[in-house]
Design a protein. Structure first.
Length: 91
């Protein structure tokens, strides 16, 4: 996928700020000595939110790159493969 500059949406930035707040919440639970179950549950929520943010970033970038490549008359198979590899690597 392209290393060119991409504009990230305000929605995505808000999503990441919520994740940041969730991580602070996990740290607070740990500092308060809360149960393993509570900490792991919240960390799972952080991971799920992070996975969704990653998917959104890859999808947005892929769409942008596909449109650009198609406009230039290039094939897009390589871009799709790179996007899938990014998603797999993120897990």
């Amino acid at each position: 996928m392209s290393d060119q500059e991409i504009q990230y949406s305000d929605d995505l930035k808000r999503r990441l700020k919520r994740i940041e707040g969730q991580v602070r919440g996990v740290l607070r639970l740990m500092e308060e000595g809360k149960s393993c179950k509570d900490v792991v549950s919240q960390l799972s929520a952080v991971r799920n939110a992070s996975d969704k943010a990653i998917a959104q970033i890859v999808a947005d970038n892929l769409q942008h790159c596909l449109l650009k490549e198609q406009a230039e008359g290039h094939t897009t198979e390589k871009l799709v493969k790179e996007a899938v590899e990014l998603l797999v690597k993120s897990r």
